[in-house]
Design a protein around this ligand. Structure first.
Ligand SMILES: Cc1ncc(COP(=O)(O)O)c(C=O)c1O
Length: 478
């Protein structure tokens, strides 16, 4: 027998017989194979080496050859299903499993299909964005000396100063970190303040993107109901007592989704309750600059009335500019600042300097106050157009609160209405709306829709969108 083919033939023979041995089981000795197959010891050792190269056999010098344990993956190349195990296996010991789910956030970020009216957008329509002023600011910023250099890790001093002034009260530039948008600032804050497995008190309902951050960090969101005056203090105190939580996330101004403003009498109470519980309040002041023209004077941020370092304040410029203008701030005082700073540096280093310089150019230009006034007037007109259209075409929808800031309404659905059937029918009719369910971290008390009036082209689209919603309504409930 020619040596090479006899190696191949023996390997094939052994391959066929491997099933006789259990995984890890010993194969006959080389001498036994030599005798049985009448081949040379070299042929036996080459045949075994071939099977070993194929991963079918393991040879241990001095001990013999063994059937290999089943391969970790018998999957074809390109099969990534192993990652499902890898991504969850570590969580086996976690008290609260981590889950990363972007769907709640993507609803307000994704572009709707062509021809669909966007009542689910979370940012200003391009026609309301200060596009020219941003472009001019960016081009001036790019020419500033050192614009492409490394900025201080905490942010440009002038920008920290500007944020501190706009927050007010005891907040100083030294207590401000420049961050990359509200989402990133909230992530830093939650990671800094609560270890995996810890409870975190959240308003109910609340912004799904924040719930997603909490879950991705392995935190356990515990809902505290909100009414027309913001979070209910007695329930907040109960929740702190029941959970021992050290963090409460709150949107005191034009809360997303309800539009509620924390009542003056509750502001101090919330801070006192948190202070007594030894807990932080993360204040997400996300739409202060989207106040409507007819609103009265705005309450200050909670951080402006907080001498004890209870509040970790988050504010972002994206809502008043563009989702791409990802500049925001975290403000705090006390040792927590160092923790926030460390996490921010570890996670992202710093916000690109040209963007920080552009922010200074933008907010320092005469176009900025003009832009804010224009947005204020436009949002009021859009809110009124949507409210009027809903009252005319969909009187069945309850609108308990019409906000004087922010960019959306939060109508309540009649009991028993299926949010998912209605949102699906709406999309078929040509209008994208957001269902209320993702805003609740536990079972919702009622069905809702969130209808944004900022991301559409104007009042005409708003009326048309409401008409389409009526069509969907008749299909589902008619
Ligand atoms: C309540 C709230 N906070 C924070 C954010 C994050 O916004 P950004 O990361 O664009 O600043 C959003 C976005 O929709 C929001 O609704």
């Amino acid at each position: 027998m020619h040596e090479r083919s006899s190696v191949g033939e023996l390997a094939e023979q052994l391959r066929r017989e491997l099933d006789r041995y259990s995984p890890g089981g010993k194969l006959p000795s080389s001498r036994a194979l030599v005798e049985r197959f009448r081949v040379s010891p070299v042929t036996v050792s080459r045949a075994l080496a071939q099977l070993a190269a194929e991963g079918l056999v393991v040879t241990r010098p001095g001990a013999g050859a063994f059937r290999a344990q089943p391969r970790v993956s018998a999957a074809p190349a390109g099969d990534t299903s192993w990652q499902e195990v890898a991504l969850s296996a570590d969580g086996a010991a976690d008290l609260v499993p981590r889950s990363v789910d972007a769907s709640g956030v993507l609803v307000s970020l994704a572009a709707p299909p062509p021809g669909v009216i966007e009542f689910n957008g979370g940012y200003l329509h391009p026609s309301l964005q200060p596009e020219r002023a941003m472009a001019a600011a960016l081009s001036r910023a790019g020419r500033r000396p050192g614009a492409w250099g490394r900025p201080p890790m905490e942010g440009l001093p002038e920008l920290r100063e500007w944020f501190a002034r706009s927050i007010g009260g005891p907040v100083t530039a030294a207590g401000v970190l420049v961050t990359s948008g509200g989402q990133s600032a909230l992530t830093t804050a939650l990671r800094a303040l609560a270890p995996p497995g810890a409870p975190v008190l959240v308003e109910s309902p609340t912004y799904p993107g924040m719930l997603a951050i909490a879950r991705a960090a392995g935190l356990r969101p515990v809902p505290v109901p909100v009414d027309a005056d913001g979070v209910r203090p007695a329930l907040l105190a109960d929740a702190f007592r029941a959970t021992g939580a050290r963090v409460f996330v709150c949107q005191p101004l034009f809360q997303n989704p309800t539009g509620a403003v924390l009542a003056p009498g509750r502001r101090g109470e919330v801070l006192r309750i948190a202070r007594e519980a030894g807990a932080f309040v993360v204040e997400d002041d996300f739409v202060r600059r989207l106040v409507h023209e007819d609103a009265g004077p705005l309450p200050r941020p909670l951080a402006a009335d907080d001498p004890d370092g209870v509040v970790v304040h988050v504010c972002s410029l994206t809502k008043a500019t563009s989702p791409s203008f990802r500049v925001s701030a975290l403000a705090a005082h006390g040792p927590v600042l160092e923790r926030l700073r460390a996490i921010q540096i570890v996670d992202t280093f710093f916000v690109p300097r040209p963007l920080q310089e552009a922010t200074l150019e933008l907010v320092g230009s005469p176009a900025w106050p003009r832009h804010l006034r224009a947005v204020s007037a436009a949002l009021r007109a859009r809110r009124d157009a949507m409210t009027a259209a809903l009252r005319l075409h969909l009187p069945e929808l309850a609108l308990p609160h019409v906000p004087s800031g922010g960019y959306h309404l939060w109508p309540r659905l009649p009991d028993g209405t299926s949010e998912s059937a209605l949102t699906a029918a709406a999309l078929r009719a040509g209008v994208a709306v957001t269902p209320g369910r993702p805003y609740f971290s536990a079972e919702p008390p009622a069905g809702h829709l969130r209808l944004s009036f900022a991301a559409v082209a104007g009042a005409g689209e708003i009326t048309e969108g409401v008409r389409r919603l009526r069509t969907a309504w008749d299909e589902v409930l008619g």
